[in-house]
Ligand binder design. Structure first.
Ligand SMILES: Nc1ncnc2c1ncn2[C@@H]1O[C@H](COP(=O)(O)OP(=O)(O)OP(=O)(O)O)[C@@H](O)[C@H]1O
Ligand SMILES: [Mg+2]
Length: 440
């Protein structure tokens, strides 16, 4: 503080020093304050930093929980859907008209539906846990074991027709489809067997087969009767009409010799009548060979085929090349007739439908069979198309009545080939065969 003795300047200087100190103090205080603030700020940043890390951690944890939640929900959904599907499947299995059984690879029955109960007579409780051999007849047990071994190799066995035994001991015809049961990893752990009762179907098949055989026997008898009738008519025509015409011709010649030269017109008429009778005799012969060529009975199949081929060529103008076998063969006469009639129908079809330039015919031995092939180079036809005509059907029937096979291969633009295979007999002592034994 200034005194009266102090000059005013001194007083002012003292005051400014005080101010200066105060200012310095304030500045010091400011610096402290700033440091403090900076420290606080750093502390805040550190806290914020820590807070951020925590937040991220929390976020991550929440995301994890959400993921697990969704996964669980998905799993629950999948399980629910699987449960639904499996209960639907169980309902289908239960209500199926087919007997459905599942079994382990050693043949232990694991499940048995209601149709299995109905088909085999055992209840589910009676069957489950037992061996599948419960319903397999003793003679088919080996087969069943083999099938289980195939199933173990993941093989599918479809529509296997077999027999099963019911609880009451009766047999039932069934068609079984066996499929492997696999784990999701593909490991085979058992088999499912779906069986259908085919007793009615089997019975119908047997009945159909019986009818077919009857029909075949009837056809055979009809054919034989028809051949016999043809042969009889041919014989009568040849013997009666042929002889009659010959006798008339002789008489006319006799009369001609007695008609005087000057009766020109009468002599001309007689000569014309003789020519007409010659034409009649030729026509009777043609009709007779058409009915049943005597060559077939006299010289056998090969010669008859050759003769028929020549007749065909001269009648139609279509070249017909014939290749016949060198070795001897003997054929029952029924079979020879059947082959000859098939050959005639082939040629008729060629002339009616094929518009062919030529036909190749071969008759050869293949093992125990005699094979006739007739091949034309005509325009062919769609062999798969259904046809109501009887020619091809008749050929097939004839081949089958001889225990043989018939095949016709044709396609449009590629000609037609007929192949017939019938067994022949080398046992020439046989009555039938002896009658028809011939050289090809
Ligand atoms: N060689 C062939 N070339 C071309 N088409 C043929 C030949 N053979 C048969 N076909 C065809 O097959 C059909 C059936 O022949 P199929 O012999 O059964 O009867 P069809 O000759 O018509 O009458 P039919 O009952 O009098 O014999 C014929 O209508 C014809 O269209
Ligand atoms: Mg025909």
């Amino acid at each position: 503080m200034g005194s009266l003795a102090d000059p005013p300047g001194l007083e002012r200087r003292g005051a400014s020093e005080g101010t200066q100190r105060a200012m310095l103090n304030i500045l010091d205080d400011f610096a402290d304050e700033k440091r403090h603030l900076e420290n606080s700020q750093q502390a805040m940043l550190n806290i914020l930093d820590d807070l951020d890390t925590e937040k991220i951690k929390v976020e991550v944890e929440r995301a994890k929980v959400e993921l697990i939640n969704r996964h669980l929900q998905d799993e629950v959904g999948v399980r629910k859907r699987a449960e639904k599907a499996s209960s639907r499947l169980a309902a289908i299995v239960a209500s199926s008209n087919d007997a459905i059984i599942s079994e382990s690879l050693d043949g232990t029955i694991l499940s048995w539906n209601r149709s299995a109960e109905r088909l085999y007579g055992y209840t589910e409780a009676e069957a489950v846990g037992k061996s599948i051999m419960l319903i397999v007849p003793p003679e088919l047990r080996g087969e069943t074991r083999k099938m289980l071994a195939r199933i173990a190799q993941a093989e599918l066995i479809e529509r296997h027709d077999t027999v099963r035994v019911r609880k009451d001991g009766s047999c039932v015809d069934v068609s079984v489809t066996l499929s492997p049961i696999k784990t999701p990893r593909g490991e085979v752990i058992g088999a499912s067997a779906i069986a259908r009762d085919i007793t009615t179907q089997k019975r119908a098949q047997v009945e159909l087969q019986r009818h077919r055989e009857q029909l075949r026997a009837l056809t055979k008898r009809l054919e034989r009767a028809s051949e016999e009738e043809r042969a009889r008519v041919a014989r009568d025509l040849h013997d009666d009409i042929g002889q009659l015409l010959t006798a008339v011709k002789m008489d006319l010649i006799w009369i001609g010799k007695r008609v005087p030269e000057e009766e020109r017109e009468a002599r001309q008429r007689l000569s014309a009548s003789v020519q007409l009778i010659d034409a009649g005799v030729r026509s009777v012969r043609t009709i007779c060979s058409g009915l049943r060529p005597s060559i077939l009975d006299d010289l056998g199949l090969a010669a008859a085929i050759e003769w028929q081929a020549n007749e065909f060529s001269s009648r139609t103008g279509i070249a017909c090349r014939v290749a016949l076998p060198a070795p001897k063969f003997a054929l029952p006469s029924d079979h020879a007739t059947a082959l000859f009639r098939i050959f005639q129908e082939c040629l008729t079809n060629v002339s009616r439908h094929a518009r062919a330039g030529s036909v190749d015919v071969s008759l050869s031995r293949e093992g125990e069979d005699l094979v006739l092939i007739v091949q034309d180079d005509g325009h062919g036809f769609d062999g798969a198309a259904p046809s109501s005509s009887l020619g091809i059907l008749g050929m097939k029937e004839r081949a089958q009545t001889c225990g043989g096979e018939f095949e016709i291969i044709s396609s449009i633009g590629k000609g037609t080939t007929v192949a017939v295979r019938v067994p022949f007999y080398t046992d020439t002592a046989s009555q039938d065969a002896k009658a028809d034994a011939h050289r090809g």
